[in-house]
Design a binder for this molecule. Structure first.
Ligand SMILES: [Zn+2]
Length: 363
């Protein structure tokens, strides 16, 4: 199999500092060497000159919704829409993401499993797209956040059944709602939704199927319920307190901040977004940023995620989240780590997100 040598520019391997004068040798879809460029001075095979550029792993976005396009009212955009049309939107959003350098996305809540065939088509190479992991339906309580599209389940037994249904339908991870949120009318982001027992039952069942789990968790009590249940990642984490922080550090729980979600709503508050969404976003904005900064300074694991698909939070603009994280105190290099090695680790893509020997290239 022929090889290709990438050299000339800077190298960011997903973990370390920027490196100069390094060459990366790729064979097929595997990285077979990363070495000082002198080693390949006499290399005669195909070369790609990366001068004036930085070679880096592809970006992983750990929180997107491919069924939504970032409409002012995303829920209304899918209500009553033809399933074929929704499926095409999923493909379009996935391909738009890939064109902007997002090579892996974790879909944290879809619509009637319409995103699954697109996931399979992209993952198999049938259509061009990023690598996609998808949760299927979010699992939420009666009257809880996400109840319009989610699998509503109450009590431990029903939550366990809901997890099994998602696995049966083909989910890669389980998304379970620990608190209220911004996008559902009549619920408060601060309030815990599932009880500690229900969360524990759901996460335990996910683990029995060797699935990771993500919890929409904004209020502190809900964050604690999810972390104590053994959740893989806390999504949003808006009202995190010291107890939450300590528990997440101890258990190695990822935070997927989605700063872009709240920020884009506030920046477009006069553009047709429902009033209740704008009001709640304004209420949580400062605290969201403070929690991010607190978690970052404490050395917590932050996996980049945008919530792309929420109002004016566009697929293809995912990388803006890196700038938003830097605005909240993260170093630029750490934002790149968050979007590459850490993000892929959160998605349990162990062989990706780094440019190292025997790892797959680019993504
Ligand atoms: Zn979301």
């Amino acid at each position: 199999m022929s090889t290709t040598l990438y050299s000339g520019g800077l190298l960011f391997d997903g973990e370390g500092d920027l490196q100069e004068n390094y060459a990366v040798l790729v064979e097929g879809d595997s990285i077979i060497d990363v070495a000082p460029v002198e080693k390949y001075a006499d290399y005669k095979g195909k070369r790609v000159d990366t001068t004036d550029a930085t070679l880096m792993p592809g970006i992983a976005d750990c929180h997107v919704h491919l069924v939504y396009k970032g409409e002012a009212n995303p829920q209304a955009s899918v209500d009553g829409a033809n399933p074929g049309e929704i499926t095409l939107r999923v493909l379009e959003n996935a391909q738009t993401s890939l064109k902007s350098g997002i090579t892996a996305v974790r879909d944290c809540g879809g619509r009637d499993y319409l995103e699954f065939p697109v996931r399979d088509a992209c993952n198999s190479g049938r259509f061009l797209g990023p690598s996609i992991m998808a949760s299927g339906k979010i699992i939420c309580m009666t009257g809880g956040h996400g109840n319009k599209n989610g699998r509503v389940a109450d009590g431990c037994n029903e939550v366990v059944k809901a997890v099994r249904e998602q696995v049966h339908a083909g989910s890669d991870l389980i998304k379970i709602m620990a608190t209220g949120g911004v996008m559902t009318p009549g619920v408060n982001p601060e309030d815990a939704h599932y009880s500690a027992d229900e969360m524990a039952a759901g996460v335990h069942e996910a683990k029995r199927f060797h699935k990771s789990s993500a919890s929409h968790a904004q209020g502190a009590e809900g964050i604690m319920n999810a972390v104590n249940a053994g959740i893989t990642s806390i999504e949003h984490g808006i009202f995190m307190d010291q107890q939450c922080l300590d528990a997440m550090l101890e258990r190695g729980t990822y935070l997927v901040p989605t700063l872009a979600a709240v920020k884009n709503i506030i920046m477009n508050k006069d553009n047709g977004i429902p009033d209740y969404v704008v009001e709640k976003s304004l209420r949580v904005f400062d605290r969201h940023q403070e929690s991010f900064t607190m978690f970052y300074k404490a050395g917590g694991k932050i996996a980049m995620g945008t919530d792309a698909g929420t109002p004016f939070n566009l697929h293809g603009k995912n990388a803006l989240e890196l700038a938003y994280m830097v605005e909240c105190g993260m170093s630029p290099l750490d934002s790149l780590r968050s979007a590459t090695s850490v993000g892929h680790a959160c998605m349990q893509y162990e062989d990706r997100g780094q440019i190292k020997k025997a790892l797959k290239p680019i993504y």
